[in-house]
Design a protein around this ligand. Sequence first.
Ligand code: ZN
Length: 367
Amino acid sequence: FRAKRDFSGFLMTASHCDSPTFKIKENAELTGSGCRRLAVEKYGGMLMSTWMDRPLGIAGRGLLRKGSGIESRLLDLGGACAVIPNVAIHMNRKANDGYSWNPAVDLLPLWGAGEEKGFFRPTLAMALACREEDILATDLALYNPQEGVEWNGLLSAPRLDDLQCAFSGLTAFLAAGESRAVPVCCIFDNEEVGSETKQGAASSFLSDTLRRVAHALGLDGEDYLRLLAQSFLVSADNAHAVHPNHPEFADMDNTPHLNGGVVVKFNANQRYTTDAVSCALFRAVCREADAPVQVYANRSDLPGGSTLGSIATAKVSVPSVDIGLAQLAMHSCVETAGAADMDALVRAMTVYYGKTLARAGETLTLA
Ligand code: ZN
């Protein structure tokens, strides 16, 4: 390591890797009506109808007995293991009239034909290359295996919220040149369920990790706080583009458009962390990166979402800007965004990671 005086502060980006899905319950197998189904519960707030009538994969991890210990193995049963079938329009004439889905009834995935139980664990054992009796526990979820496509300058893919930002942050982190700042790329879990978990943005994980980085650089507690005073966070989570069929949900003067550039988000009640200082710093970075900037604020009569920035910076007090990429159909099984926007965000974050935050009195600069 270089001498400790060489390091000025942490330049961080934060995004999240989780997205709404269905988690498979411990006693997974259900039967009835000549079909095998899986017991699931919702993870996060999805657009439920979008999960129906499409082949779904099952993946996750298994914890296996291994000698006197326990081993964790990832597994993927493949992209066509289950379907959540709709009721035919002939039987549910109200299906197109704002139908309300009951997750305990309407959203149980079909897993095959037949009435007998006892197939699921052997399938898991085969995928995990172990004996059935050695499976101690599993974390399994459904996923949409559909590949992303680029069409007419747009991207359609599952999980754009927030893998677009995670990808952009990581790509920029890996490409970043030397600077006096310590680059940090955070990709948190559990944002979709409130972040209050041991691996979520509300945990002590970020603070603990930064303290340990400082310690490894030979810095003490006071030096760590001095580093924080010269640190910055870009909280990156996707934003709602104005919907062409429903512009009435947008504040038309403060709404982003697909392929309009990187979105800076504002909220008076601090659900987004952006203020004039952090916005100014980030705009300057985007200008240098030749990345267009647009803004987002909720319609003032509609509640909006929240994200990582305000949660993380309540634990690690640093200036922060909330940004994202404009997209449609957030939390649908397939979301749509602008292809050019992602290039712009990668450029902006790459420039950002090459900077150092300087503080002179009340004035902050990224130089
Ligand atoms: Zn998100």
